[in-house]
Design a protein around this ligand. Structure first.
Ligand code: XUL
Ligand code: MN
Length: 343
């Protein structure tokens, strides 16, 4: 048994399509995924606005509310919570040069409309916060937007969201690039600073994704620790990533076992589980995986977390402290390697 509660997003089960090739697996309908997630033991689902209400931009506010209520009934049937709602502000052509940082006013207004609808949906589903992955908030062409004013426009957008609903919290999920070339706010430090610049910093936090920290050359464990130390960690996306390249969303620990151990350790040591927060998965099956194995990366990630929790329980800080006193840092390396490599 894990000490954690787990959440998953429907996009974690996908067709294998990438920018260079078509799907390699059939699409699975949303309702079927939700049923399967419940059977697998997940506690909560993460939603994009259009996962919850497909084709949201073409629908009226009344229709959106009605469909969100239907989804809430489905979740209740399976005893699942909704962890968060995240507006998908990177897909529509209007957002080609950013959403909150769109240089054209009507496009920015559409981004705000979708965000307000995301807050409405979150309230219906009982989710306490929305997640903003700032996918295109940066530049492809550096001169298309004046950077200082544009970053201020991003802060103004956050303030409007906080004013729209006096209870909603906002978690910014930073990522340094992809699809945008150069993000305006690509790290956990940027995300926290942005929150602190708003009218209500107490309702601003971050979602730390392991792979996104790796993509910027930082250690996910320390990003988690930094957010925890500032009381800003609202959620996590655990996964893995092979170096500073395209976003891979590999299963947790597949590339960097020691980092994965330390990420779980920092969550355990800070009592993340006792705060009722979820360990969120943001993992993808590889494109080469066949349809019948569509869900295994999720089960495997949870299994790995449990195994790492056992390692955390075996870890003895007193042993490390003694080695530190003695200046025997080589022994600390071996202590950790033996801990991870032996039963
Ligand atoms: C993108 C990413 C997204 C967000 C949710 O890299 O991680 O799935 O987590 O919008
Ligand atoms: Mn993510």
């Amino acid at each position: 048994m894990s000490r954690f509660k787990f959440s998953v997003g429907p996009w974690n089960v996908a067709s294998g399509v990438d920018v260079y090739g078509p799907p390699t697996r059939d699409e699975i309908p949303m309702k079927e995924k939700i049923k399967k997630f419940a059977e697998m033991g997940f506690d909560a689902i993460q939603f994009h606005d259009d996962d919850a209400v497909p084709d949201i931009s073409s629908k009226s506010e009344e229709q959106i509310i009605a469909e969100a209520k239907e989804l809430k009934a489905l979740l209740d049937e399976y005893n699942l919570e909704a962890e968060f709602v995240a507006p998908r502000l990177w897909f529509e052509p209007q957002f080609k040069d950013g959403a909150y940082t769109a240089p054209i006013k009507e496009n920015w207004e559409h981004a705000m409309w979708r965000t307000y609808r995301s807050i409405d949906i979150a309230n219906i589903l009982g989710a306490k916060f929305i997640v903003l992955w700032l996918a295109r908030e940066g530049t492809l062409c550096m001169e298309s937007k004046p950077p200082v004013e544009t970053i201020q426009q991003l802060t103004k957008s956050l303030n409007l969201m906080l004013e729209y609903d006096e209870n909603i919290k906002i978690a910014i999920e930073p990522k340094p690039n992809e699809p945008i070339d150069r993000s305006y706010a690509g790290t956990v430090g940027h995300a926290i600073a942005l929150g602190n610049a708003t009218i209500d910093p107490d309702r601003m936090g971050v979602l730390v994704e392991s792979a996104h920290s790796t993509m910027v050359g930082l250690e996910a464990t320390h990003d988690l620790a930094f957010a925890i130390a500032q009381n800003k960690l609202l959620s996590v996306h655990i996964n893995d990533q092979n170096g500073i390249k395209y976003d891979q969303d590999k299963i947790f620990a597949a590339e960097n076992l020691r980092s994965a151990f330390n990420q779980i350790k920092v969550l355990c040591d800070s009592d993340y589980d006792k705060e009722g927060k979820y360990v969120g998965l943001d993992v993808k099956a590889m494109r080469s995986t066949s349809f019948e194995h569509s869900y295994e990366h999720l089960a495997n990630t949870i299994k790995v977390v449990k195994m790492l929790e056992d390692k955390v329980d075996k870890f003895d800080q007193a042993v490390v402290d003694e080695y530190v006193k003695d200046g025997n840092y080589e022994a600390i390396e071996m202590y950790i390697l033996e801990l991870l490599l032996t039963k």
